[in-house]
Design a protein around this ligand. Structure first.
Ligand code: MG
Length: 250
């Protein structure tokens, strides 16, 4: 694979391009963003496992995709209120603390931490970024984390607080040159963005901006991003992507 921009040199993660989207949940019908789905991504040997983070009203960092959980708005509920409803596999709603502690028991799979923009205010998004970086530092989890967000200012906040942080922008509306100028490490865009803006691929590779595409779930698309030498492919089908990569090597 192409040279990856690494600022945290202490760990070398599995040398593949597979990032499990919300953990590896689909094949085994696990809940998305569960500890079980993170463990499955680790078991498969994915180089990364992605998960989504929100902040409760009492400052708990929780892992869930939607801004709502069990009919409650996460940002307007306490962790205790949210945790009364278990995930479908019986797990308690994971906190980021639990998630990082689980991930840090191994060194093959990077933790791709998506900081969700606040649905309440831009300022609360900045506060969420502060809380996330504070926890990462407290746990000394920095070498495991790649921060991603749709909110450019959240990533800028992360870099301000942790200048060597590896970051990638999700929203698809910045050129590799803009990302490099703002010291954002990667372009992690919807796959259609790269197909529309083909020249961004070579530009990013020249500027050592890492390339990741989401959410790539079928063979033909996977092959396209493999052929274009992407650093990462984010997928709901990590098993399929491994099959394709491993067949190619034979
Ligand atoms: Mg996500």
């Amino acid at each position: 694979m192409s040279t990856r921009k690494t600022t945290n040199t202490a760990l070398s993660f599995a040398p593949n391009i597979v990032v499990a989207h919300r953990g590896a949940w689909k094949k085994n019908k696990l809940p998305e963003n569960s500890i079980a789905s993170l463990k499955e991504a680790i078991k498969l040997g994915c180089t990364g496992s992605e998960f989504d983070v929100h902040l409760t009203t009492d400052d708990s960092l929780v892992v869930n995709h939607d801004p709502h959980y069990a009919g409650l708005t996460i940002e307007k509920s306490t962790y205790t209120q949210l945790a009364t409803t278990k995930l479908s596999n019986g797990e308690i709603l994971p906190t980021v603390y639990n998630y990082l502690q689980t991930g840090m028991q191994q060194t093959k799979t990077r933790l791709v931490l998506e900081i969700k923009p606040s649905t309440i205010s831009k300022e609360r998004g900045q506060y969420l970024a502060e809380k996330v970086v504070e926890l990462v530092k407290q746990l000394k989890a920095e070498p495991w984390i790649m921060y991603i967000s749709f909110d450019y200012d959240i990533l800028k906040k992360v870099i301000e607080l942790q200048p060597d942080a590896e970051t990638a922008y999700l929203n698809g509306d910045k050129t590799p040159g803009q990302l490099a100028a703002d010291k954002i490490s990667g372009a992690d865009y919807h796959f259609s963005v790269f197909k529309k803006n083909n020249s961004w691929i070579a530009d990013a590779q020249k500027m050592r901006v890492s390339l990741n595409a989401w959410t790539v779930n079928d063979t033909e698309d996977m092959q396209w991003f493999i052929n274009n030498k992407f650093d990462y492919i984010t997928t709901n089908e990590p098993e399929l992507l491994f099959d394709i990569i491993n067949k190619k090597r034979r």
